[in-house]
Write a protein that binds this ligand. Structure first.
Ligand code: FE
Ligand code: FE
Ligand code: ZN
Length: 277
């Protein structure tokens, strides 16, 4: 079986998300830790997380992915934005310990004109400040499409961040299929070469999760517009080759496709049937 799920609303808490996971025959999921445009997180409900942890264990869920808000930017040129990034990181990682042993994914940041070197330094500085030896959560850098001044659209930039971080066992990568295709990695015609390059530069052992999306935009467009599986420029065949690649066994696949719960259930069913593992 493929470890697969989709991005769910967290507004009704963890138990409600677990029930939706079961409803669509998934075994993982993703959610925003707070409003993606920023703002406060909901208080942890101890009963809710206890029930969630029970369901996840009983049904053998794969690791889930918590997604940081889009407004978290460790390499902004604005000091108060950088302070907000630190506050969110510390607070979210604290709350993640109520549901231990999962992933926390974030967009590395946008350097907004300061240059990519400065951006990389600021991102790794923040990670060195907030990562703790005792935490059970692994933080994931997401591969980006390279729109605007985004850091992390190349494997080299992600590697440069990782190489500066001290607690290396607390840090991994989440590969977004739409983003890498938009960034100029041809997973449609050259999947083996892309994964070989990933392995050479970042190391496949550091690839911990996948955002499985088709794309509305052409190859190497540096635009970030997700599409339903099979309706975009990546296409169903390439996605099916992707989930079946031997280098990607036992990784949670998260759909961030524009769907409702029924649409995701259909995509999951189609992908499970196409999975040969
Ligand atoms: Fe993302
Ligand atoms: Fe993504
Ligand atoms: Zn995206």
């Amino acid at each position: 079986m493929l470890n697969i799920g989709c991005h769910l609303s967290s507004s009704k808490g963890f138990t409600a998300m677990a029930r939706n996971v079961l409803k669509i025959n998934a075994d993982t999921f993703q959610f925003f830790t707070r409003n993606p445009q920023g703002g406060r997180a909901k208080e942890i409900d101890v009963k809710d997380v206890a029930e969630f942890n029970n369901i996840a264990k009983r049904h053998n869920f794969a690791k889930f992915v918590a997604h940081a808000p889009y407004t978290l930017n460790p390499c902004s040129d604005n000091p108060s934005t950088r302070e907000f990034a630190e506050m969110v990181f510390v607070d979210d990682l604290h709350r993640m310990e109520f549901v231990p042993g999962n992933y926390y994914n974030f967009h590395p940041g946008s350097h907004v004109g300061q240059g990519v070197e400065q951006g990389i330094a600021m991102i790794s500085d923040l990670l060195n400040k907030i990562l703790q030896p005792s935490q059970s959560t692994m933080v994931l850098l997401e591969t980006m499409s390279g729109k605007g001044s985004e850091v992390g659209a190349s494997f080299e930039e992600l590697q440069q961040i990782m190489s500066r971080v001290k607690l290396k066992d607390k840090l991994g990568v989440c590969l977004d299929t739409c983003h890498v295709y938009s960034a100029g990695y041809d997973i449609v015609n050259n999947l083996d070469a892309v994964l070989t390059e990933f392995d050479k530069i970042i190391g496949l052992k550091n690839l911990k999760a996948v955002h499985l999306n088709d794309s509305k935009m052409p190859f190497a467009s540096h635009k970030d517009r997700h599409e339903k599986i099979g309706q975009g420029t990546i296409g169903k065949e390439a996605i099916i080759r992707f989930i079946n690649h031997e280098a990607l066994k036992n990784i949670p696949f998260i759909l961030e496709t524009p769907n409702d719960l029924n649409g995701w259930a259909d995509e999951i069913k189609m992908l499970q049937e196409a999975y040969k593992g």
